[in-house]
Write a protein that binds this ligand. Structure first.
Ligand code: ADP
Ligand code: F6P
Length: 354
């Protein structure tokens, strides 16, 4: 079994609340086992440019509660090139880094699998507010983002109620409606629009007009950004024109990506970070740490990436060639479970938010 003397930890892609808690866990686990830990700043950019410093146990104190990432993040297209990879490998040699825990989304995992193939074993930890990594039930940052959305919508509802208004609120999520569907239930939104399910402006207007006639004064409509950036502002205009309810539009955007992580994200990040370091040190690499039905497990990174493509219906020719019939069955089962989880949320939101 490979003896690790020094590992690196990096955060890459879009930041997510809870990344710091995961970095802390990785560092503490490795350091207490006598393995040195190097902080790699700015994701794969830092690996290419040698922006690296050693971490001691107390260097990760007072970060479990902080949003953003103390290691900073970056999108680094150079890392995808042959030259970029060579520079990254040279940095690993220079700093004696013999394994890496990479925190981020699917792009970050692609980088991690490339590095593993070039002799630097990596383990991925899923961090994104979008919850769009199909191999895990929850990603780090998702819970905090949803709680922030709910807190902001509660404030909008106060003023909507005072003035008998509607507010159409666009929330982040990239192509995934997870944030929108959960927050629609939790904030009692009158309607929710996500890319996963059919939507229709006219029925939303009718629903609002009917509720108004029955005495309802405040109306919240949540739209996931995945349906396109022009949809929500246009819907706000249409609601006002069709129902006579004065309607405002709010794009919450990056505000839901910041802030202190919730308890759930701190715990998830601490569990995943611990597991990631332990798996790497016991020789398991090219895997992503996942949570399934409350249990922390690992999945092969390639399995996780192809599962996502299958879920998003973006499979390319040959993508499934390396997988067994059992793997493919498991992918289909996991996709069916994800679809059913979203459908349940959509059904509940529409049944009780009248
Ligand atoms: P996320 O990890 O949140 O999905 P990105 O897609 O921006 O965010 O990916 C983060 C970084 O991972 C990129 O800037 C790049 O350095 C690296 N990366 C992304 N895609 C690949 C790829 N196909 N091969 C190697 N590295 C990649
Ligand atoms: O993946 C996280 C996320 O915040 C998405 O919800 C959003 O679509 C995207 O990143 C925004 O990216 P950027 O920070 O590059 O504007």
């Amino acid at each position: 079994m490979k003896e690790f003397k020094r590992i690196g930890v990096l955060t890459s892609g879009g930041d997510a609340p809870g990344m710091n808690a995961a970095v802390r866990a990785v560092a503490r686990v490795a350091l207490t086992r006598g393995v040195e830990v190097m902080a790699i700043y700015r994701g794969y950019s830092g690996l290419i440019h040698g922006d690296i410093k050693p971490l001691a146990i107390r260097d990760v104190s007072n970060i479990i509660n902080r949003g953003g990432t103390v290691l900073y993040s970056d999108r680094c297209p150079e890392f995808k090139t042959k030259e970029g990879m060579e520079k990254a490998l040279e940095t690993c040699r220079k700093f004696g880094i013999d394994g890496i825990v990479s925190l981020g989304g699917d792009g970050t995992f692609r980088g991690a699998t490339d590095l593993t193939a070039h002799g630097i074993p990596c383990v991925g930890v899923p961090c994104t507010i979008d919850n769009d990594i199909t191999s895990t039930d929850a990603t780090i940052g998702f819970d905090t983002a949803m709680n922030t959305v709910v807190e902001l919508i509660d404030k909008l509802r106060d003023t909507c109620e005072s003035h008998a208004r509607c507010n159409v609120v666009e929330v982040m999520g990239r192509g995934a409606g997870d944030i929108a569907l959960n927050t629609a239930i939790a904030s009692g939104a009158t309607a929710v629009v996500v890319p996963e399910f059919p939507y229709d402006d006219n029925s939303i207007c009718k629903k609002i007009a009917k509720a108004k006639a029955l005495g309802k004064r405040n109306f919240i409509v949540i739209v996931s950004e995945g349906v396109g950036s022009e949809y929500a502002p246009a819907l706000a205009k249409k609601i006002q024109a069709e129902t006579g309810v004065e309607t405002k539009f709010a794009r919450l955007a990056h505000i839901v990506r910041g802030g202190n992580p919730t308890l759930r994200d701190r715990v998830l990040a601490s569990k995943m970070g611990t597991y990631a370091a332990e798996e790497l040190l016991r020789g398991n690499s090219n895997v992503v740490v996942c949570e399934r039905k409350g249990k922390i497990i690992t999945n092969d990174i390639n399995y996780a990436l192809i599962l996502d493509r299958m879920y998003k219906k973006t499979l390319k020719d040959g993508d499934l060639d390396a997988f067994s019939a059992e793997d493919i069955d498991r992918m289909k089962r996991e996709i069916a479970e994800k679809e059913s989880y979203l459908l349940d949320l959509f059904t509940v939101a529409n049944k009780i938010n009248l």
